[in-house]
Design a protein around this ligand. Structure first.
Ligand code: NPQ
Ligand code: MG
Length: 369
């Protein structure tokens, strides 16, 4: 297809409640949406970069700049573009996986809509609903944490993930395990908050029968994760460290990743995410679909990805209402009986609520091909 115009649109959405992790507290999302117009129709992608470079090096202002000044001109200069071409054309640019993922998603959305199909059919996932987990932030008090967790249990979520950091780990996990009972899936996510010398401390989590501990050590510390995996019983799952198919393969081979969290934004797109899934199936590594507090655009596509058979653990695909009072799509993801339905809407799986989208838009810039 021929690229005709790029629209970079920024929206602002308040979170229903502040979300605190080991790297900061978010109360409001400043989100970049990528809208491509082509000769076969248009498509939208969501960039999951945050306002600050804290979870990873990318941030939303940089994403907008690199897309306008580098990625869009390169794609236009390359001639006719299909979804699989995007990563190839952008390969010579280092980093910026979330920006690459967003424009690939927009091109894929346009292609799927033009072909009157959607991502679920394109990927061929066999399930039409997937178990839904919820990620729970850090609180000032244990009472607040337990009240939040009880609310999510009442909502029917299939598993709980607790954000942890030094000083907020053993006791919160102990109390939540007591609250939810021995059967319900429970896991923790440190977002790189620990160091190699914390192995003895983190081993204390072994008694709580956790599904996994996610990214305890810094992004670059593959060897540290391998050593930690050998030292504790709780399986080590990598998130931030896995930035590509190659890093996934290497981390598995080195024994650093017993489980992998797949996030399309972090690995440069849904097509690379699918390749990582396929690799993990081949290597016998369980995977689950992570989340970046997406709107309905990214949330729908994540559900289609998670319908693939290798996603054997519940993902962080929660109901839109976990984070937002109102979504920018017409059929927001809901949780029923602990599952989210894989959308059958066209393209990447959503129909935009254009009036509400306009209401929350903070800026829009268009760039010709
Ligand atoms: C993770 N996500 O798995 C992340 C990181 C994260 C669902 O736990 C605003 C936007 C706040 C994106 C907080 C979940 C966020 C965010 C955390 C992403 O590591
Ligand atoms: Mg994580």
């Amino acid at each position: 297809m021929r690229l005709e115009q790029l629209e970079l649109r920024r929206i602002a959405l308040d979170l229903v409640t502040p979300f605190r992790t080991s790297f900061g507290t978010e109360s409001r999302r400043d989100i970049l949406l990528v809208h491509v117009i082509t000769d076969v129709g248009d498509g939208w992608g969501e960039c999951v970069a945050m306002a600050e470079p804290a979870y990873s090096a990318e941030f939303v202002d940089a994403a907008q700049l690199v897309l306008r000044a580098h990625f869009w001109p390169a794609l236009c200069a390359s001639g006719a573009v299909e979804p699989a071409d995007v990563a190839r054309v952008l390969e010579r640019y280092s980093g910026h996986p979330m920006s690459k993922a967003a424009i690939e998603a927009a091109v894929l959305d346009a292609r799927l809509r033009a072909d009157d199909t959607n991502l679920h059919r394109f990927f061929g996932g066999e399930r039409d609903r997937v178990p839904s987990g919820v990620s729970v932030g850090i609180f000032d008090t244990l009472d607040e944490l337990l009240a939040q967790v009880q609310g999510y249990v009442d909502d029917g979520y299939a598993r709980i993930k607790l954000k942890i950091e030094p000083g907020w780990d053993i006791e919160p996990v102990r109390l939540v395990r007591e609250l939810i009972g021995p059967e319900m899936g429970l896991q923790v996510d440190a977002n790189t908050a620990y160091g190699r010398s914390d192995a003895d401390h983190l081993r204390r989590l072994d008694e709580f029968d956790l599904l996994l501990i996610e990214q305890p050590l810094p992004e670059e510390d593959i060897l540290g994760h391998a050593r930690l995996a050998a030292a504790i019983d709780t399986p080590i799952c990598l998130d931030e460290s896995i930035v590509s198919l190659q890093t996934a393969a290497d981390a598995i081979e080195l024994g650093a990743a017993e489980i992998i969290n797949i996030k399309p934004g972090r690995v440069g797109g849904y097509l690379e995410a699918r390749r990582i899934h396929d690799l993990c199936v081949d290597r016998g590594i369980p995977v689950w679909c992570g989340g970046m507090v997406e709107t309905g655009i990214g949330r729908a596509a994540n559900a289609a990805l998670a319908a693939l058979n290798g996603f054997t653990l519940p993902g962080d695909i929660s109901a839109a209402s976990r984070f937002y009072r109102r979504d920018i799509v017409q059929h927001p993801i809901t949780v029923d009986d602990g599952h989210v339905r894989v959308p059958d809407d066209p393209g990447m799986g959503f129909v935009l609520d254009l009036d509400f989208l306009d209401e929350v838009t903070t800026s829009s810039a268009t760039h010709p091909a």
